[in-house]
Design a protein. Structure first.
Length: 305
């Protein structure tokens, strides 16, 4: 019971310190907000860009279309040959009949197109092998192999959309975000630590007589130190709340547009709140860490107990 009473008093005194140094508290909180805003925006950009890279990588493949009249056994033999290639991760066989079913499903709302297909005497769609490689760098070599004389007799067309340039640019953007982000967060974190350090130092100086009285009546070290740590943590909590309110519109409205710009036609970001809460949690952890470091440094230097 006494423990909870002491904890309540520590929190109450910390809030009182915050109120007494309101202008310095506001300055410290604003610096923390700037740090967290930069951290949050860069984190969200990193998440979207990284998701774009992964999504595009998953969509890259080679489609090998067979000539009309090539037997299914020959198609399956070529599939087995390709499966033995160490560079190839997966080879999916789509029969001519399945290709037609897939085509009709994709265009089920286009009645005129479906009628035109039904009027044909034979299936116009060829059997296909869809090939995925382990590494993006292997796709051009695999495509060249399929275009060689070995398969010319059987293959009508090899379709390979080379997205390596796009992926390379996205990876460069990721590296830029990480580098610039670490520099900016590092600089503003150092400023935040310095400002909070000075704020706590001033609070210690203003309460030096109260600290002396508490020391004389036998207050424990943590009962004396606790309010200053609580004061610093209040900066973190308020800064996290303010930052979260600021970035929520960005998260809900702007980020989906950025995602669509980076990867047109690929919906990789739906504005769900799970990612947002993860970023808010990251904000809170970083803010608490900065505040704790600042307050402990000030207490250690200026509060001799």
């Amino acid at each position: 019971m006494n423990y909870f009473i002491s904890l309540f008093r520590i929190i109450k005194n910390g809030a009182l310190n915050f109120k007494r140094n309101i202008w310095l508290a506001i300055a410290s909180t604003l610096i923390m907000v700037v740090t967290l805003v930069i951290l949050s925006i860069l984190s969200l950009l990193f998440i979207v860009t990284n998701a774009s890279v992964q999504t595009i990588q998953e969509r890259v493949d080679i489609s090998a279309y067979f000539k009309t009249g090539v037997s299914e056994s020959r198609v399956l033999t070529i599939r087995d040959e390709l499966n033995r290639d160490a560079r190839i991760k997966e080879v999916a066989y789509v029969s001519s009949e399945q290709a037609l079913i897939n085509f009709k499903e994709r265009h089920k709302d286009d009645a005129l197109l479906l009628e035109s297909v039904d009027e044909l005497n034979e299936n116009p769609l060829p059997a296909t092998l869809q090939i995925k490689a382990y590494n993006l760098e292997d796709y051009p070599a695999i495509a060249d192999s399929l275009n060689s004389e070995k398969y010319q007799e059987f293959l009508d067309k090899v379709n390979f959309e080379d997205n390596r340039v796009i992926i390379s640019r996205l990876n460069s953007l990721l590296s830029f975000i990480i580098t610039v982000g670490l520099i900016l967060v590092g600089v503003f974190s150092a400023i935040a630590i310095l400002v909070i350090f000075n704020t706590i130092t001033l609070a210690i100086y203003n309460r030096r007589e109260e600290v002396e009285i508490m020391r004389l009546v036998g207050a424990t070290n943590w009962y004396i130190r606790g309010p200053f740590i609580i004061e610093a943590l209040m900066y973190s909590l308020i800064a996290t709340i303010v930052t979260s309110a600021m970035i929520l519109p960005i998260y809900k409205n702007l980020l989906p547009q950025v995602s669509n710009y980076i990867s047109p036609g690929i919906r990789i970001f739906d504005g769900g709140l799970q990612t947002f809460f993860m970023v808010v949690l990251l904000q809170l952890v970083i803010a608490f860490l900065l505040s704790t470091i600042s307050s402990l440094l000030a207490i250690r230097k200026y509060l001799r107990i």
